[in-house]
Write a new protein. Structure first.
Length: 196
């Protein structure tokens, strides 16, 4: 049984015993997401996570959603320094000027991409529209980045995105279900694989 499995469910080794983390792992992580706004939100949160633990971001996710207008890119794209200052004074989120400013710029880049074929299409084209199926026996086998995440990162940067390096992109791919990196013994592995 993996850590966090005192309820009898085997989970990936990174989950631990935090109920919020368990629920995220069991119901969201690795489930294929194709809605462009949901994908954009996930990528933005992964950018805020850089240098921090994901549980930190998960605990602040509702505050991020409140602070960033529900991650509505049409709203966020119109923000200026006043909104940056407002967010920098919000103790409920990660107050990092560069990441806040990048999110505003990334909203503009997202809208431009939506007008030229779609953000979801851009993201999913990197895996030919089909989730990659990992076959990891343990967390130690999971890469920090892959050639696909590197290509995605380069494409996003060309489109004007920031805070989207290849490691961030791989974490995004895992979270949004472009790759199924649930460990083989995890109860979610086969369920997520069936969604491909």
């Amino acid at each position: 049984m993996f850590p966090g499995g005192d309820d009898g469910m085997e989970r990936c080794g990174w989950v631990g015993d935090d109920p919020l983390y368990r629920d995220y792992h069991d119901t969201e992580w690795g489930v294929p997401e194709r809605d462009p706004r949901a994908l954009w939100e996930q990528l933005m949160l992964e950018g805020f996570q850089a240098g921090l633990s994901w549980i930190t971001i998960l605990r602040k996710r509702d505050a991020f959603r409140a602070g960033f207008a529900g991650f509505d890119p049409e709203v966020v794209a119109g923000w200026d320094e006043r909104e940056v200052q407002r967010l920098l004074s919000d103790p409920e989120i990660v107050r990092h000027r560069g990441k806040i400013e990048a999110t505003i710029g990334n909203a503009r880049a997202f809208l431009a991409m939506e007008a030229e074929g779609g953000f979801s299409r851009f993201v999913w084209d990197h895996v030919d529209g089909v989730p990659q199926q990992g076959a990891r026996a343990s967390l130690a086998e999971v890469p920090a980045q892959t050639p696909v995440s590197l290509a995605m990162s380069k494409g996003l940067k060309r489109a004007g995105f920031r805070f989207c390096g290849p490691t961030t992109c791989y974490a995004f791919m895992q979270a949004a279900g472009l790759v199924n990196d649930h460990e083989l013994r995890c109860a979610c592995h086969d369920r997520v694989a069936a969604m491909a």
